[in-house]
Design a protein. Structure first.
Length: 84
């Protein structure tokens, strides 16, 4: 079994509830967790087969002003020394 794909995103604080609610409404697409509370940075573990849908949703969030960026990174569970 492989590792999930790993993304980080900055969520506009007042939109956090909306962001989390929408992500969690898509079962088995991703797992979200607040990485840095002070900067509203989330980490997202994404199932490889759902990545196209995830990117589509994140693009919508960008256009709607819910997030300011999202980026794919090395899965930090695979490499504990990976930078945040």
């Amino acid at each position: 079994m492989g590792y999930s794909l790993y993304y980080q995103a900055h969520v506009v604080k007042k939109e956090t509830w909306f962001f989390v609610a929408i992500l969690r409404s898509f079962e088995h697409m991703s797992f979200d967790r607040t990485l840095i509370k002070e900067t509203s940075t989330f980490e997202l573990y994404v199932a490889a087969e759902t990545e196209p849908y995830f990117i589509e949703l994140m693009t919508y969030f960008l256009e709607a002003g819910v997030i300011t960026y999202f980026e794919k990174k090395e899965n930090r569970l695979r490499d504990p020394d990976a930078s945040l």
